[in-house]
Structure formats: structure tokens, C-alpha cells
Write a protein that binds this ligand. Structure first.
Ligand SMILES: [Zn+2]
Length: 189
């Protein structure tokens, strides 16, 4: 196949040379109220990769982004060694038959034990392009069932942070210990 960026022959959807130019993780910490969310990429600078033209291969782009982010996280940040920490993904509407957050959970599985299907949303409301007011008025209705565990919450893009706040709220109410959030992209940078 050909790299979608430079069109040279490549076994991956984005060749390694282009990955080194466009997909270099840079950890940023976004504070949402007092929640810490680690992010790796600026959404604006990657929009050309994630736009509609390439949408059908979005899962492969996300998989590459997640892998590079995971390796960076593993090498640069303190992470749990003894105590098990679980990773939960925020459930959001599936647009193209794959779940971004499931890809991220799977990619980080050597650092955090994934629990797929946790934080299921009762309302399949689409937030993309919607205002903060709309998001606040239309919570996802996340459901948390795992009880007293240490967990991090993962998402593909963090925009206003309302989903992350909702996740922490239901986890805390359900007896869980929310440690921090992880999102691949920060839409605010
Ligand atoms: Zn390339």
C-alpha cells in the first residue's frame, strides 16, 4: 500500500518517515477542574489525517497514534508496577464499526488492565461539534459497575472535558478510585 501522507510505498497506512514528522507524541497535562488528563497530540495539527477523506482507515491511524503514545507513556511517565490499575474507555457512539477507545485500551494493555464495555453510555448522544452547553445539558449517562478498583479513563479526543468529569463522578459514586485521564488528542491545543 501507499502512505496516505507522502504516497511512498509503505507497509503501514502512514510510513515510518511520516510518523516521525507528524506523529511525535508530546505529553501535555490538561487540568479539568482537578482532574489530570494526559494528552499526546494536538488535534488541530492532525486533523488532516483524521478528516473524512481518510475516515474509513481512521481505525488504523488511531492504532498507530495509540501505539506511539503508549510507548512514550511507558518510557517517560511513572506507571503502576505492582498494584493493578484498570483502564476504562468512555463509551461514545460508534461511527464506523470500530470503537476508538477500545483500540486505545487494547494498545495500553501492558500498562493498564483493560475492562471493555465499562462506562457504558445510556444516551448515545453525539458530541462532535456541539457546544459546552449542549454537552452539559445532555450527559452520556455513563454506568459504572466495577466497584473498588484503581482506574484510569481513556478517550480519543478531549474537547471540553465534560465526559471525563462525568466518568470521574460515576466512578467515585460507585466506589472506584479514579486516578487520571488519558486522551490521545487535545482539541484545545
Ligand atoms: Zn509517508
Amino acid at each position: 500500500m501507499r502512505c496516505i501522507v507522502c504516497e511512498s510505498l509503505s507497509i503501514r497506512v502512514i510510513c515510518s518517515a511520516c510518523q516521525e514528522i507528524f506523529l511525535v507524541p508530546k505529553i501535555q497535562i490538561r487540568l479539568i477542574k482537578n482532574i489530570k488528563v494526559y494528552t499526546f497530540y494536538s488535534f488541530d495539527s492532525l486533523q488532516f489525517l483524521l478528516n473524512s477523506k481518510y475516515y474509513s482507515i481512521g481505525s488504523r491511524i488511531y492504532a498507530i497514534m495509540a501505539k506511539r503514545a503508549m510507548l512514550y507513556f511507558k518510557n517517560h511517565l511513572p506507571h503502576p508496577i505492582k498494584e493493578t490499575t484498570y483502564a476504562l474507555g468512555i463509551d461514545s457512539p460508534v461511527y464506523n464499526a470500530y470503537s476508538h477507545t477500545a483500540i486505545i485500551l487494547y494498545t495500553f494493555r501492558k500498562i493498564f488492565t483493560p475492562i471493555y464495555g465499562e462506562l457504558e453510555a445510556q444516551n448515545q448522544v453525539k458530541y462532535a461539534g456541539k457546544s459546552l452547553e449542549f454537552r452539559l445539558n445532555n450527559p452520556r449517562g455513563l454506568i459504572y459497575k466495577s466497584g473498588n478498583i484503581n482506574c484510569v479513563v481513556m478517550d480519543d479526543v478531549i474537547t471540553t472535558g465534560t465526559s471525563m468529569l462525568e466518568a470521574r463522578e460515576v466512578i467515585t459514586k460507585g466506589g472506584g478510585n479514579f486516578l487520571y485521564g488519558i486522551a490521545l488528542c487535545d482539541a484545545a491545543t
